[in-house]
Design a protein. Sequence first.
Length: 118
Amino acid sequence: VQLQASGGGLVQAGGSLRLSCAASGRTLSGYDMAWFRQPPGKERERIAAISTRGYVTYYADSVKGRFTISRDKAKNTVDLQMNSLKSEDTAVYFCVGKRNGAPRYDQWGQGTEVTVSS
């Protein structure tokens, strides 16, 4: 599956952005999905994940309570609503997927850059 992330940009601290991950080639319904991010000069980290049916979600402590991951079955997208943004949220964000039951995420989309100004 080909993944394309969009929605990044420049926002002031305290503001919000909504990232969207669109899939082409096949439906995302059979994929566990996640958002990773890589801040400048730092390691890539998984910040949110959602199961194939959307019943189970995961959030890193750094974004818990501020970010929400969701699926839109009709649009075949996985979205990340980001609220109360902080300067430390500045990063390139990646939409990632894996077939349900696969050991690791192996479908990576092109990243979208988020810059939060303080």
